[in-house]
Write a new protein. Sequence first.
Length: 268
Amino acid sequence: MGPFPKYLRFNTVLLGVLSLFGIAAFLNFAWWVYLIIFLTGFTIAYFGTTQIASNFHLPAYCQAVDLSKKEIAITFDDGVLNPVQSNLVLDILQQYQVPATFFCIGKNLSSEEQIDVLKRMDAEGHLVGNHSFSHSNFFDFFSSKKVVQEILDTDTIIEQHIGKKPLFFRPPYGITTPNIAKALGQVKHKTIGWTLRSLDTVIKDEQRLLIRVQKKLKKGDVILFHDHLEFLPRFLPLFLEYLLKEGYTVVGLDQLLQLQAYQNKPSI
Ligand SMILES: [Zn+2]
């Protein structure tokens, strides 16, 4: 499903459904008219909530500002779930001299090994973003106050260890809700989505993943991977070789989106 037009935001749809209900009631329409209006509104709201690129509840930054260049950005979510795997990923990125962005979960930044990986990400020129504290399955039911707390807690941990406060936030599962939108407005972070979901957590096979990504990749893409996956260090060299062969340049997410990644340290 492609991005929704800008005017098709949550409040507009809600207002639309209510107005149509009003008109239907005024004109004494049959019950199934209400059902159709309701189901249409519900379907739009469902896709708007689950598709981060739809900009339904809040504006999310998902692709390059300048789509004429053959540039892409690579992102990894859920770190640092497995420090051993993350280090293997960092080794490969270092070998190919490719920058990436790691959206880390606050609760996954507690052990000494996890903190060492966090510091290494920053020291080797990668960006660190905020991916909530709990990554709870119920994140989309959280109050805006609780979402704010999750973001601030994770910011604090990251800043404590790398001296920079992230401005990039990627909501867990890419779900956006009115409460998350309200929270983001308060903390002033930029919501970061993606254009290419690799589905690496589902595919789990380097050859099949390569085929999928090759088929979908286009200029200006933001690609989503997970650095804790066991097979990913076998996939990455194949993918990076492919990018070289096809003439793609991997740039930092801040450069691709033309946004500042940290609060206290301009990175572009
Ligand atoms: Zn995640």
